[in-house]
Design a binder for this molecule. Structure first.
Ligand code: PAF
Length: 273
């Protein structure tokens, strides 16, 4: 595995690579969820690049940029053991300069749900993903379905800006108790971790209602909120795959999304029906 931190050096290195290139962008603190993205990239491409870059522009003032879990040595080992070809490991100055061209998330879809409580978050995500995709020029880039709104906005960016990369959504990986894997789970105390299980329980409850043919989204959201009782709820939403409101669940075209705060930790999860 080669480790490169300079974007232009990476571009030059990849220039001569033949065959499809798979790319997995991450912010580090790698877990089984990231490993499943890397595995899929390994299966589907001849060459695999992973980036580890804690992107400052997607954190708002007062958020957890400074305390975000950092596990550089363990992350490098995981990448090495996963058989990737190149680890892109830039510093902030390698990626950003003083007077920046930035991308704006779309006015509607970028400022609802997570974008409502974190207004400039998706501007930062789209800007850095655009930069990373331009540096790596992959055939395919892999993103987890857990960050469904991020995935939706990145797919939209690629389509609207006529970019030549396939965005591949990858299923959420859960702990055996149902909690979706996230680097931020490391913040949870034992008691908070138990509370956090209400998130997946609320989604399972939604799935079970749908399996009984209860499809009215208001009814499902009401029952989900009951399951989440005691947590600070940012949103419980039932949308179609274009992120538009639904009155009734449409099988094959529905995402049910939850974001809550457990203690001081913001956690999100969703299921695709
Ligand atoms: O999902 C993430 O880890 C980040 O938002 C991403 C896509 C790597 C951009 O910084």
């Amino acid at each position: 595995m080669k480790i490169i931190s300079n974007p232009l050096e990476l571009k030059e290195y990849l220039h001569v690579v033949k065959g499809p290139v798979g790319f997995v962008p991450t912010m580090g603190a790698l877990h089984e969820g990231h490993i499943s993205l890397i595995k899929k990239a390994r299966e589907e491409n001849d060459f695999v690049v992973v980036s580890i870059f804690l992107n400052p522009t997607q954190f708002l003032k007062g958020e957890d940029l400074d305390s975000y879990p950092k596990k550089d040595d363990a992350d490098k080992k995981i990448c090495e053991m996963s058989g990737i070809d190149v680890l892109f490991f830039p510093q902030v100055d390698d990626v950003y300069c003083r007077d920046e061209v930035t991308l704006n998330a779309p006015n509607v879809r970028g400022f609802v749900l997570e974008g409502n409580s974190r207004p400039s978050h998706f501007n930062g995500v789209l800007t850095v993903v655009m930069k990373l995709l331009n540096i790596v020029s992959p055939t395919r880039a892999y993103f987890g379905k857990k960050d469904a709104q991020q995935l939706n906005l990145i797919s939209l960016m690629v389509k609207q800006l006529f970019m030549s990369v396939e965005i591949v959504p990858v299923d959420t990986i859960r702990d055996s108790d149902g909690l979706a894997l996230s680097s931020r789970n490391a913040y949870l105390s034992k008691a908070e971790r138990v509370e956090a299980l209400k998130i997946s329980s609320s989604l399972y409850r939604a799935g079970s209602l749908v399996s009984k043919n209860i499809l009215e989204t208001d009814e499902i959201k009401k029952e989900m909120r009951e399951t989440l009782d005691g947590l600070e709820i940012f949103y419980v939403e039932i949308l179609n795959r274009d992120f538009e409101q639904l009155l009734h669940v449409e099988l094959g075209n529905t995402v049910i999304l939850v974001e809550v705060k457990v203690g001081n930790t913001r956690l999100l999860d969703n299921i695709w029906l």
